[in-house]
Design a binder for this molecule. Structure first.
Ligand code: SF4
Length: 310
C-alpha cells in the first residue's frame, strides 16, 4: 500500500476500437455457427488475452493457409494480401473476411493509384500483417515501405507519379513530418493520410494525458503496433511509461514517489484489462486515490475518407 498515490487518470480514448470489436464479433459468430474447424490467419487482433479467449471458444489460429486443417479460415482485422485469398479458394476453404473497413479502404486506395500508374510510398512496419496486405495489392514492387524519414530520403527521386500512404496505426506526428519532407523531395506527390480515426484519437489522448502524470501505464500486448506506439509517444513526454499485458505486470517499484498515474490501452486491448489496472492502483493507494475519467469515448464513426491532402 502507498498512500502517496493521489490520482489515477484514464485517457480520453483507450481500448477496443470499432474494427477490433467487429472482427471479434465476426470470429465469435463464425465459431458458434460452424461445425468444422475454424481458424484465424495469425491472430484476429494483436492481443494475447483475446486470442486465448477465442481459442477457448474453438476459434484457433494458424500461421498460413497451408496449415489450416480444412473448414473455415478467418482473415483478421488487419487484412491479408489477395494471394492468401486465392490460395484459400484453391484449397476449397470457406473464407470469412473480418478485415477492418478502414484497412480495406487503404487497400482500395492503393489499388486505384496503381491502376492509374502511380508508385506508392507506404509508411509502416514491413513485418506487420496490415503492411504485407497493402504491399500484396501490387505484387510487382510498386509499393515501397519506409519506416522512417531516412527511408524516404534514400529513395530515388526521378519518379513521375508518386503517392504516400500510411499504416492505420502509424505515429500521426511522424507521418506529418514525413509528409512535409515528401512534399519537399517530390513536389507532385499525392499524400493520403490513412491513419485511422481510432489511432489518431488514442495518440492525441496520450499526448494530452502523459505530460500531466508521473507514470504512464499502457495496457496492450507486445505484438500490438498501436499499443507500442502509445508507449513510445508517452515516453517522449512522461518520465516513466511502460507497456504491460495486465495489472499482473505492474512493478510496485515504478510507483515510488509517484502521485499521479495515467492509464491507457491500445485499440486491440479489451477495456476490462485497463479497468483491472485502475482497480489494482486503487487498492495500492489504500482506496485513497481519486479516479478521473474524461468520459468522452465516442470514436465509433469510421471517418477515414482517404482524401488526398495535396
Ligand atoms: S486500429 Fe483502426 S484500422 Fe485497425 S482495426 Fe481499429 S479502427 Fe480498424
Amino acid at each position: 500500500m502507498n498512500e502517496g498515490l493521489k490520482t489515477i487518470r484514464l485517457a480520453r480514448h483507450y481500448g477496443f476500437c470499432m474494427g477490433v470489436k467487429r472482427a471479434i464479433r465476426t470470429a465469435l459468430r463464425t465459431g458458434a455457427d460452424s461445425t468444422g474447424p475454424v481458424n484465424v490467419i495469425h491472430d484476429i487482433v494483436h492481443n494475447d488475452a483475446v486470442v486465448k479467449s477465442l481459442a477457448e471458444r474453438k476459434v484457433g489460429s494458424v500461421a498460413s493457409v497451408a496449415e489450416a486443417p480444412g473448414g473455415t479460415i478467418i482473415v483478421p482485422a488487419h487484412g491479408a494480401p489477395p494471394a492468401l485469398f486465392e490460395e484459400a479458394e484453391r484449397r476449397g476453404l470457406k473464407i470469412v473476411d473480418a478485415t477492418c473497413p478502414l484497412v480495406i479502404k487503404i487497400q482500395r486506395i492503393v489499388r486505384r493509384l496503381i491502376d492509374n500508374g502511380y508508385e506508392i510510398i507506404h509508411f509502416g512496419d514491413l513485418h506487420h500483417d496490415e503492411t504485407r496486405a497493402v504491399v500484396g495489392q501490387a505484387p510487382d514492387g510498386k509499393v515501397v515501405v519506409i519506416h522512417d524519414i531516412d527511408g524516404l530520403r534514400a529513395l530515388p527521386q526521378d519518379r513521375p507519379k508518386l503517392a504516400l500512404t500510411s499504416q492505420t496505426t502509424a505515429d500521426a506526428v511522424e507521418f506529418a513530418r514525413i509528409s512535409r519532407e515528401a512534399k519537399r523531395l517530390f513536389p507532385n506527390i499525392k499524400i493520403y493520410n490513412t491513419i485511422c480515426n481510432a489511432t489518431g484519437l488514442r495518440q492525441k489522448a496520450v499526448l494530452e494525458l502523459a505530460p500531466e502524470v508521473d507514470l504512464m501505464l499502457i495496457v496492450g500486448s507486445r505484438s500490438s503496433a498501436n499499443s507500442k506506439r502509445l508507449r513510445d509517444i508517452s515516453q517522449t513526454v512522461c518520465k516513466q511509461a511502460y507497456l504491460i499485458n495486465s495489472a499482473r505486470d505492474i512493478d510496485p517499484a515504478w510507483l515510488e514517489g509517484v502521485t499521479a498515474v495515467g492509464v491507457t490501452a491500445g485499440a486491440s486491448t479489451p477495456d476490462i484489462l485497463a479497468e483491472e489496472v485502475v482497480t489494482w492502483l486503487m487498492a495500492y493507494s489504500g482506496g485513497k486515490a481519486v479516479v478521473i475519467r474524461p468520459g468522452d469515448r465516442n470514436d465509433e464513426p469510421a471517418d477515414l475518407d482517404g482524401a488526398a491532402l495535396e
